[in-house]
Design a protein around this ligand. Structure first.
Ligand SMILES: NC(=O)c1ccc[n+]([C@@H]2O[C@H](COP(=O)([O-])OP(=O)(O)OC[C@H]3O[C@@H](n4cnc5c(N)ncnc54)[C@H](O)[C@@H]3O)[C@@H](O)[C@H]2O)c1
Length: 284
């Protein structure tokens, strides 16, 4: 089985790492923040235990087996062994561009690089690497172990072989690929961030409480989660960063970030990951 190098051990990186390991891949997980990396084995074990109770597929996961396939490292150079790289660092163009430049030194011929970005152009990131044809967007959905598809994004230079390999990789994780073309936000986030931002504006304008906005989506439209619950799950910092990317790229005021969202992030209210967002969450 191939080796997957996962960069970034935040909300998405840990989910991607355990999903790959549970499906038989050897995984090398790295993060530049020593505290995040130190906490990652315990966090990943907690996630496996949580997901075991959440679906028939994940019900058979065994924490020792999954964790046994993940190597945690602070050294990006260790990812030279990987056949696939899945990049999940912060949604910041400059930070990602710096990392993709460094990947020139790390990734040998034949390595495929998947950018798990919410909104940033795959074409821009690929342009920083040695072989843009080997770079593809794989936008995993949160929570990764439970959701049934990934958006596979074809950058300007992405080769047919890379798309085929990405579809095989996503399929090996038990998910369906939906292949779309590169444009900021792709399909999922260009739509969902309008919903989440406008939902925040409804609260900002005093039209409704968060519970009311979400109840209308759940009870009225039959959605599993409301837009503000979804924003809390993603992380409000990531939502704000993504809206900024969409605003910047399209130069369209419809993506102007709600000031309440910015204020919450400035105050450290990041949603589930900080224990407080539009809702309050128990911390383990
Ligand atoms: N949260 C979601 O629901 C979701 C869904 C799909 C895609 N994404 C995308 O996935 C990416 C990660 O999002 P997240 O929610 O996991 O963010 P996060 O803030 O939870 O985690 C990001 C991690 O990247 C690390 N990092 C930052 N720069 C780094 C570098 N140069 N090298 C190594 N590690 C570095 C940080 O220390 C942090 O642990 C973003 O691009 C985001 O847009 C997020």
């Amino acid at each position: 089985m191939a080796t997957v190098g996962v960069i970034g051990a935040g909300v998405m990186g840990k989910d991607v790492a355990i999903t790959c390991a549970a499906n038989g891949y050897d995984v090398i997980l790295t993060d530049h923040d020593p505290d995040v990396l130190a906490a990652a084995p315990r966090d990943a074990r907690g996630l496996v235990r949580k997901f075991r109770m959440m679906s028939p597929t994940t019900g058979s996961w065994k924490a020792d087996e999954v964790l046994g396939r993940i190597r945690f490292t602070a050294d990006l150079g260790d990812l030279a062994e990987a056949d696939w790289i899945v990049e999940n660092i912060v949604e910041d163009l400059a930070a990602k561009e710096r990392l993709y430049l460094r990947l020139r030194e790390v990734c040998g011929e034949g390595v495929k690089i998947a950018a798990n970005t919410s909104c940033i152009s795959i074409t821009k990131l690929a342009a920083r690497t040695a072989r843009p044809a080997d770079v593809v967007g794989i936008h995993f959905m949160n929570p990764v172990p439970l959701l049934e598809c990934a958006e596979v994004v074809r950058g300007f230079h992405t080769s047919d072989d890379t798309i085929k390999r990405a579809e095989e990789f996503v399929g090996s994780l038990g998910k369906r690929s939906i292949v779309v073309n590169d444009m900021p936000g792709f399909v999922s986030n260009r739509l969902s961030h309008l919903f989440m931002n406008e939902a925040a504006f409804l609260v900002h304008d005093g039209v409704a409480e968060p519970e009311q906005v979400d109840a209308i989506f759940k009870l009225g439209y039959g959605h599993r989660m409301g837009p503000l619950e979804t924003a809390d799950l993603i992380g409000l910092d990531t939502v704000v960063n993504s809206l900024n990317v969409l605003y910047e790229e399209f130069q369209d005021s419809k993506f102007r970030c709600c000031p309440t969202l910015k204020k919450m992030v400035a105050a450290g209210l990041l949603g589930r990951k900080s224990g407080q967002g539009f809702y309050t969450y128990a911390q383990h």
